[in-house]
Design a protein around this ligand. Sequence first.
Ligand SMILES: CC(C)(COP(=O)(O)OP(=O)(O)OC[C@H]1O[C@@H](n2cnc3c(N)ncnc32)[C@H](O)[C@@H]1OP(=O)(O)O)[C@@H](O)C(=O)NCCC(=O)NCCS
Length: 119
Amino acid sequence: MCGDVNIFFSEDDETNLTTGEMEIMIAEETSRGRGIATESLWLMMRYAIENLKVDIFEAKILEQNTASLALFKDKMGYHERRFHEVFREHWLEYRVCDGADYRQKIVDKSQHAITTKYE
Ligand SMILES: CC(C)(COP(=O)(O)OP(=O)(O)OC[C@H]1O[C@@H](n2cnc3c(N)ncnc32)[C@H](O)[C@@H]1OP(=O)(O)O)[C@@H](O)C(=O)NCCC(=O)NCCS
């Protein structure tokens, strides 16, 4: 194991949309730069749209974390929702609910995924 990927849920009572906040950490420095974060995020997002009905993915990234900003924005296509002045964080989102293309991209990027029973 070289790190972890997490998803935290919240539901908006007014819109009925489900948000999954993504967190990723490749703790083992020798494992960085090999595409593991990118692949882990796409796989988790695939699971989340198919099994957990997530409509919007979110990521909250500290302003100085250029690697993570590049990962979520440039590599994966998350958009800036707001910059939070108090926390000095960029709040990014990937809105599956905004169109079929967003969902399809997740499916395409995780084509190789095989789901098996945990034993
Ligand atoms: C940020 C982090 C998750 C990247 O993990 P990784 O497995 O090395 O990332 P990948 O190899 O999948 O890289 C994907 C993209 O991220 C960006 N990226 C990764 N490392 C980078 C670096 N050191 N500098 C700039 N951009 C970087 C690039 O856009 C890269 O795409 P490219 O390879 O086409 O250039 C990892 O460095 C880490 O765990 N950092 C500490 C924890 C953290 O900041 N978590 C995010 C908060 S949710």
